[in-house]
Design a binder for this molecule. Structure first.
Ligand SMILES: *[C@@H]1O[C@H](CO)[C@@H](O)[C@H](O)[C@H]1NC(C)=O
Ligand SMILES: *[C@@H]1O[C@H](CO)[C@@H](O)[C@H](O)[C@H]1NC(C)=O
Ligand SMILES: *[C@@H]1O[C@H](CO)[C@@H](O)[C@H](O)[C@H]1NC(C)=O
Length: 434
């Protein structure tokens, strides 16, 4: 099997004329949507928990809510299945099939439901012999499964890695990517390839991963807790330069689902998750119950200024400029030309927060004509600042301060003292942004 995959990989490399990322036209900005896992896990009990079990009803309910409450129009378009949608076995022709009791309309019915509402359907499979929850895996059926997903008109595949040998990932994921391509249907490919390498402490080759996948998970599953969110922020900060170099339109790092609206995060901690994911140009994939969500969570999920940062067409993952104990500063170049978003993140558990005061050029904003600065979450205008002016704000415990600075001159990203943005010029030219 391994030999066969190597041949497929070689063929797929030969036929590929692309230099950087998977060339299927998808994920030009980070994908946005909803996924069942963190909130609804593998609850298959539809007898006594009909509204919350993994069934077509759950996904249809979420789709209805996404349309009615403005999530779809804000950009959340993929409604995605995770594990436990499958029947216990393949059909007599070896094809995958949905659990017939929980998905009576089949995946084709669910796809129709999504497409007729302007949404897309994401599906889940696993590169190993079985999925993580023990349903049939794709290991010996990759071509057939790719064809099945395309026949069903599925729009995204999340490809897990349980019950496989991580040594085989470098063959298996490119093979699936190759077969998806051969179907002729653009299917966004979401990989867990580097996650399984990370778990086995094997290095990941992000050049190859970016050629194979549109988005990729590379760290532990998010859970509905503040420790989990802080752990992800630390991991992405500690590996900042490596991840930034391999992230951009067509291929993004996936720090996992957005848990706003669940049980584990305070309002301020929810501001932190939403902001940091946006700063990284990460996929925004909610896993919550949109039928029952507090207005402040909904407002953050729909915050236009935050979504604009995430969806910025240059798709630059922010730089962690410095970290000092429980305070850190992140900086991300965004449109319009020459603008930056800067974020202070303060992870202290006690007290009333701290006042911050810094000359603007101390955070790398050096355009001599100055910047017009707006706080992002509430949209409060803060004034015009020259690089030598002192910028003041107050940051609260387990919270972020987020501001966008737009240069008055519209100059190119000024040569910054704090980070090297030289790659931007080329990216902007490639993307034909201006
Ligand atoms: C398949 O790959 C080729 C070459 O990279 C690309 O031009 C084409 O758009 C891809 N098609 C799909 C459906 O992904
Ligand atoms: C990643 O793989 C490519 C092609 O297989 C190789 O050229 C490159 O040197 C590898 N990069 C690293 C960091 O190992
Ligand atoms: C600064 O930005 C605000 C929006 O936050 C806008 O209303 C104002 O016109 C801008 N000022 C200048 C001088 O560009």
């Amino acid at each position: 099997m391994k030999i066969l995959w190597s041949i497929v990989v070689i063929l797929s490399n030969l036929s590929s004329r692309f230099v950087c990322c998977l060339d299927n036209g998808l994920a030009r900005t980070p994908p946005m949507g909803w996924l069942s896992w963190t909130r609804f896990t593998c609850n298959t009990n539809c007898v006594t928990d009909r509204d919350n079990c993994i069934s077509e009803k759950l996904f249809m309910d979420m789709a209805d809510q996404m349309v009615a409450d403005g999530y779809r129009d804000a950009g959340y378009e993929y409604v995605s299945l995770d594990d436990c949608w499958l029947a216990e076995s393949r059909d007599k022709d070896g094809r995958l099939q949905a659990d017939p009791l929980r998905f009576p309309s089949g995946i084709t019915g669910l796809v129709k439901y999504m497409h007729s509402r302007g949404l897309k359907l994401g599906i889940y499979e696993d590169f190993g012999t079985r999925t993580c929850a023990g349903y049939p895996g794709s290991e010996f059926y990759m071509q057939l499964d790719a064809e099945t997903f395309a026949d069903w008109q599925v729009d995204l595949l999340k490809f897990d890695g349980c019950n496989s040998n991580p040594q085989d990932d470098k063959f298996g994921y490119p093979a699936m990517s190759f077969y998806l391509n051969k179907t002729g249907r653009p299917i966004l490919f979401s990989c867990e390839w580097p996650l399984y390498e990370f778990q086995k402490q094997m290095p990941s080759n992000y050049t190859n991963i970016a050629k194979t996948c549109n988005v990729w998970r590379n760290f532990w599953d998010v859970s509905d807790s503040w420790d989990s969110i802080k752990g992800i922020i630390k991991y992405y900060g500690d590996n900042n330069a490596l991840f930034q170099a391999h992230s951009g339109p067509g291929g993004f790092f996936d720090p996992d689902m957005i848990v706003l609206g669940d049980f584990g995060l305070s309002y301020y901690q929810q501001r932190v998750q939403m902001t940091m994911w946006a700063m990284w140009s990460a996929p925004l994939v909610m896993s919550n119950d949109l039928r029952n969500i507090r207005p402040e969570s909904k407002a953050l999920l729909l915050n236009k200024r935050l979504l604009e940062i995430d969806q910025d067409p240059m798709g630059v993952m922010a730089s962690r400029i410095w970290i000092f104990s429980d305070l850190e500063l992140w900086l991300k170049p965004v449109m319009p030309k020459g603008s930056f978003v800067f974020v202070y993140f303060y992870s202290q558990d006690n007290g009333n927060g701290i006042p911050l005061s810094t000359p603007l050029d101390g955070i790398g904003l050096t355009d001599p004509n100055g910047y017009n600065i707006t706080e992002v979450i509430d949209g409060q205008h803060m004034g015009i600042f020259k690089p030598s002016d002192t910028f003041k704000c107050h940051i609260y415990p387990n919270d972020v301060f987020v501001a966008k600075a737009v240069p008055l001159s519209g100059a190119f990203w000024a040569r910054s003292k704090v980070a090297d943005w030289s790659f931007l010029e080329k990216r902007i030219k490639d993307l034909k942004l201006f």
